[in-house]
Design a protein around this ligand. Structure first.
Ligand SMILES: NC(=O)c1ccc[n+]([C@@H]2O[C@H](COP(=O)([O-])OP(=O)(O)OC[C@H]3O[C@@H](n4cnc5c(N)ncnc54)[C@H](O)[C@@H]3O)[C@@H](O)[C@H]2O)c1
Ligand SMILES: O=C(O)C(=O)C[C@@H](O)[C@H](O)[C@H](O)COP(=O)(O)O
Ligand SMILES: [Zn+2]
Length: 354
């Protein structure tokens, strides 16, 4: 498979996303000073030998896999490890893993010695289509998801779809949630392509198709980030499904994963838009059918009380002047951002109870 390049056009912070089978081997050529690899326990179990031989960093920091590790303590531990091993300002951190590894490595790189370089080598579908691109880095705190973090762009992103061969089905589905999100907000054609054979996406057996979808998602996200790097306006659309989703993810104690929370959140956002008359029921149903076809959740258990969900949503980073901002879609491929009344938000949660 040929290597494709998507450029994230951010002037002095511009960088390339290289996509292709075998592209991970380019990690042997990284010329950004001394390298510190960061990964999680599960990725290390499968790819530790490859990391050691190909990237050949002086040291490797490994933390226990899972969202529960995405804390300020882990990030400080990465920084302490780097300090102990005398990494200097010219060093570079290399994230090998999913979104949890990428978000924390990027944040550690943003704050270690007030900023060092980092490279993203995503190994989950979600990280390939979304989290490795755009420079949002950070950690969770008990009060909410990603509430502590920084914008810090990588030097390079190496996306090798071969990593997907070992990715469990549940994680493929989580990546598909962000892909459906991207299609819903930006690309009706991509949405229709996903609808053509949703089950085939979960198998991820058609590597050519998956690589094209990954590339398209990266192109779409890169364009949004290039226009609005720090979420002053447009970039908020990438948060479709997230205001509801992050709340549900947190309240579940992360038994609902990020991708699953986003799927549930997109269903709530669609109900909100239908109720306010901006989205047709037919298009909301198409979204729901696609999510169901790839095996993602589309409803919420009643154990998540509506007032709790709305309360946690109030700590979302998009909130302003005490009002919650919600991203909706008014037709497939076109997003809008609004500040609906609390009653409408609560009604949208009620509407997706199982
Ligand atoms: N920064 C952003 O723009 C952005 C965008 C989307 C999501 N995120 C964040 O990303 C996180 C979710 O990322 P995720 O879904 O990748 O989760 P994750 O990083 O926890 O990875 C999921 C699981 O897959 C395992 N894994 C990774 N690669 C594997 C492989 N190739 N084979 C087998 N197992 C593998 C991991 O060890 C982990 O257990 C959330 O914290 C979310 O907030 C950030
Ligand atoms: O890159 C962005 O911008 C996104 O919003 C992408 C989201 O998929 C991602 O989950 C992001 O981390 C959420 O951002 P947050 O600002 O709500 O924490
Ligand atoms: Zn997300």
């Amino acid at each position: 498979m040929a290597v494709e390049t998507v450029r994230v056009g951010l002037e002095e912070r511009a960088y390339d996303i290289l996509i292709g089978s075998g592209v991970r081997e380019r990690a042997a050529e990284l010329a950004y000073g001394r390298l510190l690899t960061v990964t999680d326990s599960e990725v290390d179990e499968r790819y530790g030998e490859w990391i050691d031989t190909v990237i050949g960093a002086d040291f490797k920091f490994i933390f226990p896999a899972g969202e529960a590790s995405k804390t300020p303590v882990t990030v400080i531990d990465i920084c302490r490890y780097a300090a102990l091993e005398k990494y200097d300002r010219k060093s570079c951190f290399v994230a090998v893993g999913g979104g949890v590894v990428g978000d924390m490595t990027g944040f550690a790189a943003a704050i270690y010695m007030r900023g060092v370089r980092f490279v993203q080598i995503p190994t989950t579908l979600l990280a390939m289509v979304d989290s490795s691109v755009g420079g949002k880095t950070g950690v969770d705190i008990p009060e909410g998801k990603n509430l502590v973090g920084a914008f810090h762009q990588p030097q390079l992103v190496l996306i090798d779809p071969d990593f997907l061969k070992t990715l469990p089905g549940r994680e493929i589905r989580c990546g598909l949630a962000e892909i459906v999100k991207t299609a819903m907000i930006l690309d009706a054609e991509l949405f229709a392509e996903l609808e053509r054979d949703p089950a085939g996406l979960v198998d991820a057996a058609d590597f050519g198709r998956m690589a094209r979808i990954i590339r398209r998602c990266c192109e779409l996200k890169a364009a949004v980030v290039a226009e609005d790097e720090r979420e002053a306006g447009l970039r908020a659309i990438l948060n479709y499904g997230h205001t509801f989703g992050h709340a549900v993810e947190m309240l579940s104690g992360f038994s609902i994963s990020h991708g699953e929370g986003v799927a549930i959140g997109m269903c709530a956002a669609a109900e909100l838009a239908v109720a306010s008359g901006t989205l047709s029921r037919a298009e909301a149903d198409r979204q729901k059918a696609l999510l169901q076809a790839v095996g993602l959740p589309v409803s919420l258990s009643r154990r998540f009380a509506v007032d709790k969900v709305v309360d946690v949503m109030g700590r979302d980073k998009k909130s302003a002047d005490g009002r919650i901002k919600v991203v909706t879609v008014d037709r497939i491929g076109h997003a809008a951002v609004g500040q609906p009344p609390l009653e409408a938000i609560a009604a949208a949660v009620e509407a997706i109870y199982a």
